[in-house]
Design a protein around this ligand. Structure first.
Ligand code: FAD
Length: 433
């Protein structure tokens, strides 16, 4: 019987395994060094915040895997020998495969900062990071201040986590406004204010120079590059982005860029070896997407697609319209289609912000055809399927704004925003005329 080995028990590897099982009775083994069972990485923060126990982040009961005849193996893969179709482990064990799926996810970036490996310094990616955080930042007596380095979605989550235990946070962000490589200026500056309103010490336009240790080898302070300022702290969170977790593939003969290079069928250059999820890199980006997409939904879609190919129905990965969601402290953020931080030459944006400074919407459209290109919403929850349909139908911006209420998750409660948005839009159109 054909043996499918999957390295990585995250959303991409597990989705591939589940769908291969639905479609076939192939032998499946999922390998992971991190945990025995699949858990939802996006829910890790809620464990630290006390909203759930770690067990509750596991979408499937422990018996699920045996019942579905999916073998789980805990172990760290150090090498792939494609000549003999073997996976080698750090304890010298090996496992043979007929088809191999690399789904090893990401690791937090470290840029060679002095002190980056001290005790009390951690990323916020793996379960082990959460354990370190529990050890070094259990409360505001043991941890008088934490410094977070890097202002993306994981950085803001870590800030929220520490804030929930009343631990003072200094947040170092290299850009001069929060996440302004992704968010248009109006949104980014609203989030700057929101972070500061939560008494988080947000420092914009600064870089980490080094992390200093006390005489036990534990972090005691950091130094800011630009000013030389020293900030005392007990914990440093490194959240300056992630990159594919692929160091162990260096001498494997597999074509690597920043990630594992794959074609549209998620195939690598070596027959019977595939890559999916955060660690996969498209040779050529799909539409406006990035060649590497480190997001949950992408891993799930890739896992589903590859299961078809593995089971004999070779299909291309076609992700459809871009969407994503996240949270900036208590503000929910959703994005559908494309709203660029710096509008493209063909793009126009309409921006609305509520008086309370916690809700805003940016709609992007084509300046000549008026075609709706995308929307970002903050603080108002919208419906994915409605925007997906409007993007496919290439609705024009007037239609979208007039019918925004159809996309609202809870129209009765939120009616007032749509009327306000429409008025602001009409006013902006008059000014543009
Ligand atoms: C705190 C946090 C919050 C997030 N929030 C969001 C969100 O709101 N929305 C969103 O879309 N995305 C979010 N993400 C990103 C999302 O979680 C990832 O895109 C997704 O988990 C990637 O899944 P994956 O299956 O590709 O890899 P992973 O989940 O990283 O799983 C890979 C597994 O492979 C294991 N592994 C790696 N190398 C080896 C090896 N050599 N041997 C054995 N095992 C190995 C790893 O230990 C890991 O268990 C968040 C990420 C984090 C860290």
């Amino acid at each position: 019987m054909e043996h499918i080995v999957i390295i990585g028990n995250g959303i991409s590897g597990v989705t591939a395994a589940r769908h291969i099982r639905k479609l076939s009775d192939k032998k499946i083994t999922i390998v992971s060094a991190e945990t025995d069972y699949f858990f939802s990485r996006t829910a890790l923060m809620y464990v630290y915040m006390g909203h759930m126990k770690f067990e509750h982040t596991q979408p499937y009961e422990n018996w699920f895997w045996k019942k579905n005849n999916i073998d789980l193996k805990k172990g760290f893969v150090t090498r792939i020998k494609s000549e003999t179709k073997e996976v080698l482990f750090d304890n010298n064990e090996s496992l043979s495969y007929d088809k191999l799926i690399i789904a090893t996810g990401s690791k937090p970036n470290k840029f060679g900062w002095p002190g980056q490996d001290l005790d009390g310094v951690m990323g916020m990616y793996h379960k082990q990071d959460l354990e370190k955080l529990e050890k070094y930042a259990p409360n505001n007596t043991e941890c008088k201040r934490a410094v977070i380095v890097g202002g993306g979605l994981i950085g803001i989550e870590l800030a929220e986590m520490l804030h929930s235990r009343n631990i003072p946070v200094t947040f170092l962000v290299r850009e001069d406004s929060f996440w302004n490589g992704v968010l248009p200026a109006g949104e980014s500056s609203m989030i700057n204010r929101h972070i500061r309103n939560h008494h988080i010490d947000l420092r914009l336009g600064v870089n980490l120079k080094e992390i200093l240790a006390d005489d036990t080898g534990k972090v005691k302070s950091i130094v800011i590059q630009e000013t030389g300022e020293v900030i005392d702290c007990d914990v440093v969170g490194l959240t300056a982005g992630v990159s594919p977790n692929i160091n162990f593939l260096k001498d494997s003969g597999i074509d690597l860029g920043r990630g594992v290079k794959v074609n549209r069928f998620l195939e690598t250059n070596i027959p019977d070896i595939f890559a999916i999820g955060d660690c996969a890199e498209q040779h050529e980006a799909i539409g406006n997407r990035r060649p590497i997409e480190a997001v949950w939904y992408t891993g799930r879609m890739m896992g589903e697609t590859l299961a078809q190919t593995i089971c004999g129905n070779r299909i291309e990965y076609k992700p459809g319209h871009w969407f994503n969601s996240a949270k900036f402290l208590d503000i929910e953020y959703q994005t559908y289609g494309w709203v660029f931080a710096r509008p493209k030459e063909y793009e126009k944006q309409f921006h609305w912000i509520h008086n309370d400074d916690t809700k805003c919407v940016t709609v992007s459209y084509h300046k000549e055809t008026n075609e709706f290109l995308g929307i970002n919403t903050f603080g108002i929850r919208m419906r994915h399927e409605v925007f997906d349909q409007w993007l496919s139908e290439k609705k024009d911006v007037d239609y979208v704004i007039k019918h925004l209420i159809k996309a609202n998750f809870d129209p009765e409660f939120y009616t007032k925003y749509e009327a306000d948005i429409l008025r602001a839009y009409q006013k902006s159109q008059l000014q543009n005329a």
